[in-house]
Design a protein around this ligand. Sequence first.
Ligand code: UDP
Ligand code: MG
Length: 309
Amino acid sequence: MTKLVSIVLPAYNESANIPVIAGRIQDVFKTLNYKYEMIFVNDGSRDNSQDVLVELHNSNPNINYIELSRNFGHQNALKAGLDMANGDCVISMDCDLQHPPELIVEFLAKWEEGYEVVYSLRQESKDLSQFKRKTSNLFYALINRMSEIHIEPGSADFRLLDRKVATVFSSLSENEPFIRGLIKWLGFKQYAITYDPAKRFAGESNYTVKKMFRFAMQGLTSFSIRPLYSAIYLGFIFSFLSLSYIPYVVYSLWVHKEVQGWASMLMTIVFFGGIQLIILGIIGIYIGKLFIQSKQRPNYIISNSSITK
Ligand code: UDP
Ligand code: MG
């Protein structure tokens, strides 16, 4: 029996890209002996993405859509698609053609070899802005240092999951999921393929610097409580350092009858004020996560869909 491959594509304001990527994926499957279903997840787009999707679905029933009730963010949209996918394997990719659809052939070949997760690593490319490359490398260095999982630099949400893995993944009910970390954490037989990212076809990246920072913080605090220990370490270090200051103060008082240091005093206060706020912030992120998770709200809400599970 021919196997069914699901392709999940989160889309936020991608009306110009959707028909193009759908066409490219169709072309890829013409050369393959698989059935396929595309699942576009319309993540509360403000443009006419939904009309484009309905039209595509009417002309080709293999192209499906899930419309979310509002913008839930890339990771939640991706989860919505993965949850609804019916395929024997599920491939997730971006809509903006940065993830070349032709790589699907390689993904499927590795899957047939028996790998349960085939993920992709973005090759360092000149097209990627210097800033994005630097921040991305810094982020992966941090996350690998701080947590028990190891994520390679250049990891993206362009991967294939076997049905078994997709089912386990869907059973996780984590708020603000950091999917590339979760997949690594799941284990299974994983294989990495490198690729050259293409330029975004139309439109602009939806990840602002602010969103990227939030995403990074989410990732860092999703897999480890190691950042919480930084407070203890810093506390010990500065306590010992301050001990060494006492002899100086005593000596100054003894010999000069006064201790100078208005400037150093001010700097110390400001410095420690900053450190304390950072530590408070870190603790705050964890408390915030507990708060959100305790409400058990769903990751996304579907308002409309052309596919049933
Ligand atoms: N996306 C989404 N919801 C959002 C933001 C983005 O579904 O709130 C989708 C977007 O349509 C694209 C993918 O996620 O298919 C990656 O987004 P983008 O290209 O903006 O990110 P970048 O490639 O710059 O990291
Ligand atoms: Mg992109």
